[in-house]
Design a protein around this ligand. Structure first.
Ligand SMILES: Cc1cc2nc3c(=O)[nH]c(=O)nc-3n(C[C@H](O)[C@H](O)[C@H](O)COP(=O)(O)OP(=O)(O)OC[C@H]3O[C@@H](n4cnc5c(N)ncnc54)[C@H](O)[C@@H]3O)c2cc1C
Length: 398
């Protein structure tokens, strides 16, 4: 019997869930491509930046992960540059690879707006691990330098976080909370850390439940974060950030979490895309032109009852499940199933020991929500770790 050749591009939340589900059928021969050798758990990045976790805790090795299956999954660390949909080939710098079915799960990237002078040069994005790592190290070094200076001077560390969405809010809160604890625990005398959150809309977390917004706003203020709503960054230099109102703020470093866009591969692909450049799919998550090509996760936009479903890790995983069902149905000549994906909830980490959440319509906050957030992260990481551990044992014991 012929094997089903399936290629998955992108080892993120959507891609890995797809691989896990597809691999259950040993007739499926799967190749996973990623430009990086690891899966990056972006949802934990706030802990990485604030030095609560190291990079090993927010990554999973894709070689060992893929080896943990029954020999029907191969991982290739190669960047996909293009796809020849007519001849069903995925193109990398090294080779052209044939597929019967293809899943595009390449996520999105930070959008460095070209009209903001100096943004790309002087601000750090958090969607790529190497950038988050630079920032983490710079943050720790700044704390160390201030400690070193104590006794002679005590200049503040000025941090600007641009973007009042989920990632900007979580990072600002976690850094404020971490540094408070750091200074307190070590009894340091020099304790000046200024965090400014610049947010383009009238309140943080635009589009999210009003009660959660109020709780978040209150908590950020308790953490002494200065929120500048209705403000846009117009210029960044090595030492300062200028806002559209004309104000210039001192800055030691800046995180930019102010927007995402489709990545370079998606730009290159000859597929139907929406006005923002994301891949358009039908209700079965197939691309418009090619029945055997699916797009899932942040590289596409889906709707439920005419409303956009927020692009999250949970959405990407739900899409993966529908996509795998439909690939199986195509293989078995069964009717396809339409997705009914909707957001199941939101958990916002707001510094150590505190989160605000709404899950299946129920709101709760404080330590319970924080515990829940940590539990969700740990369960997810454990599942992948177990597979990777199995693969590792196989490689070194086989
Ligand atoms: C700071 C931050 C906090 C967040 N917090 C939450 C949260 O609390 N809860 C939540 O649900 N979501 C959260 N998100 C959003 C969530 O991380 C994304 O929605 C999710 O990562 C999307 O998954 P994905 O599989 O579509 O893409 P990704 O997880 O981004 O994976 C894409 C993969 O494709 C690979 N790739 C890209 N281009 C190529 C190419 N050309 N060739 C080969 N490989 C390629 C990349 O290396 C990457 O591994 C957060 C995001 C950020 C940045």
């Amino acid at each position: 019997m012929n094997k089903n050749k399936i290629i998955v591009i992108g080892g993120g939340y959507g891609g890995l869930r797809t691989v896990e589900k597809l691999a259950k059928n040993t007739q499926n021969e799967i190749i996973l491509f990623d430009k990086n050798p690891y899966h990056f758990m972006q949802t934990d990045v706030y802990d990485l930046i604030a030095n609560e976790e190291d990079f090993a805790q927010v990554t999973v090795d894709l070689f060992t992960f893929c080896s943990g299956f029954d020999n029907n999954v191969t991982f290739l660390k190669q960047e996909v540059n293009n796809i020849d949909f007519v001849n069903k080939k995925v193109i990398t710098q090294i080779n052209r690879y044939s597929y019967d079915y293809l899943v595009i799960a390449v996520g999105s990237r930070t959008r460095y707006m070209p009209n903001i002078i100096g943004l790309r040069e002087y601000a750090y994005g958090v969607k790529a691990l190497h950038r988050a790592m630079y920032f983490k190290q710079k943050f720790e070094m700044s704390l160390f330098n201030r400690v070193q200076e104590s006794g002679t001077s005590c200049s503040p560390i000025n941090i600007v976080v641009a973007g009042g969405g989920l990632s900007g809010v979580e990072i600002a809160a976690q850094m404020a909370s971490f540094s408070k604890e750091f200074y307190r625990k070590n009894n340091f005398i020099c304790r000046k850390l200024n965090i400014v959150l610049v947010n383009a809309s009238e309140h943080v977390l635009r589009g999210i439940d009003k009660v959660l917004v109020e709780k978040t706003d209150k908590r950020l203020k308790e953490l002494e974060i200065v929120i500048k709503n209705n403000s846009k960054v117009v210029e960044v230099t090595k030492e300062s950030v200028k806002l559209d109102c004309g104000e210039t703020m001192p800055m030691d470093f800046m995180i930019f979490a102010g927007g995402i866009e489709p990545n370079a591969l998606v730009y290159n692909l000859l597929l139907d895309k929406n006005e923002k450049g994301y891949i358009v799919t039908n209700n079965y998550l197939q691309t418009e032109k090619y029945y055997n090509v699916f797009a899932i996760g942040d590289c596409t936009t889906i709707y439920n009852n005419n409303e956009i479903v927020a692009p999250t890790a949970d959405t990407a995983e739900q899409m993966a499940e529908v996509c795998v069902k439909n690939i199986n149905n195509l293989i078995n000549s069964k009717p396809l199933v339409a997705h009914k994906i909707k957001s199941r909830g939101i958990l916002i980490a707001l510094g150590s020991g505190y989160a605000a959440s709404k899950i299946f319509g129920i709101r709760f906050s404080g330590y319970l929500a924080y515990g829940m957030k940590k539990l969700v992260e740990r369960v997810y990481a454990k599942r992948l770790d177990n597979r990777s551990h199995k693969g590792c044992k196989k490689i070194f014991c086989d």
